[in-house]
Write a protein that binds this ligand. Structure first.
Ligand code: E4P
Length: 272
């Protein structure tokens, strides 16, 4: 499984690449806001354009997602082309993030411009990461429309199932892959019992039909979810830096290290 870092924080991105574990980067408007506010808060003057270029250089040779801000089909295509033109020349690694469905007023509206933008940009040889995917059906349509990547949001589906059922939770709380029972009933959202179940169903459907899009397990909140994404065959997991760091930790590693260090005899430490 490839690992993308889900961050717009340049220091986190550099660190993940220095560790040799990053195969790409995903950003979104919220991550960019957070990263820029952090640097401005530290007294730096910053232009988002030069900041994005810095990210693209660090990630050179691996894909970086930049999300559009427009909501109409025409607007998203125009902006996607503009972003690609502005930034792809830096390191030839830009893909454009397009929401599968950009409706803002009503989830059931007939505003379906996302999928049209996926098709148009893909047809213009601009790789698309189709984002905000919450059903395997959305993933199937995005892949058919030509998306290079589809991003099911595992953590947010877990949040949704818990909220719908009045279950309190913390953002990084583990949600069982096989689902959560309440009052003897298995909770679900139209046949999806967990975020990892959503990822697994997306992978299975795309692979059943040899569709080329890669599934990015997104919105991952803890290390166990990353493990489960790998076990269900996600092609990519995009992971926040804190979770990547947590993946390196275990109490017995720490304890074992202390014991080994205590046992180093001088002759061994000064081999000649
Ligand atoms: C990545 O492409 C997504 O934008 C990101 O994983 C969303 O994560 P969140 O649900 O933790 O905000």
């Amino acid at each position: 499984m490839k690992i993308f870092i889900d961050s717009a924080d340049i220091l986190e991105i550099k660190q993940a690449y220095e560790w040799g574990v990053a195969d790409g980067v995903t950003t979104n408007p919220s991550l960019i806001k957070m990263a820029v506010e952090k640097r401005v808060g530290a007294g730096e003057k910053i232009s988002i354009s030069s900041y994005l270029k810095e990210i693209l250089k660090v990630a050179s040779g691996t894909p970086v997602s930049i999300e559009v801000t427009e909501k109409t089909g025409e607007g998203m295509v125009e902006e996607g082309k503009k972003l690609f033109k502005m930034f792809n020349s830096v390191a030839e690694n830009v893909n454009i993030k397009i929401p599968v469905n950009p409706a803002l007023e009503d989830a059931d509206s007939t505003h379906f411009d996302g999928i049209k933008a996926v098709k148009e940009l893909s047809n213009s040889d601009i790789p698309v990461n189709c984002t905000l995917v919450f059903t395997p059906e959305q993933a199937l349509l995005a892949a058919k429309a030509g998306a290079a990547f589809v991003s099911p949001f595992a953590g947010r589906i877990d949040d949704y199932i818990r909220k719908q059922n009045n279950i309190e939770f913390g953002k990084s709380d583990y949600f069982p892959q096989d689902g959560f029972e309440k009052d003897g009933l298995l909770l679900e959202d139209n046949g999806i019992v967990s975020g990892i179940d959503l990822v697994a169903q997306c992978v299975e459907i795309l692979e059943n039909y040899d569709l080329e899009a890669e599934v990015i397990a997104a919105s991952l909140r803890n290390t166990r979810q990353v493990r489960e994404a790998a076990l269900v065959g996600a092609h990519i997991a995009t992971i926040p830096f804190t979770v990547i760091a947590d993946m390196l930790k275990h109490y017995k590693t720490f304890e074992g290290m202390k014991a080994f260090i205590a046992d180093i005899v001088p002759d061994y430490a000064n081999l000649e």
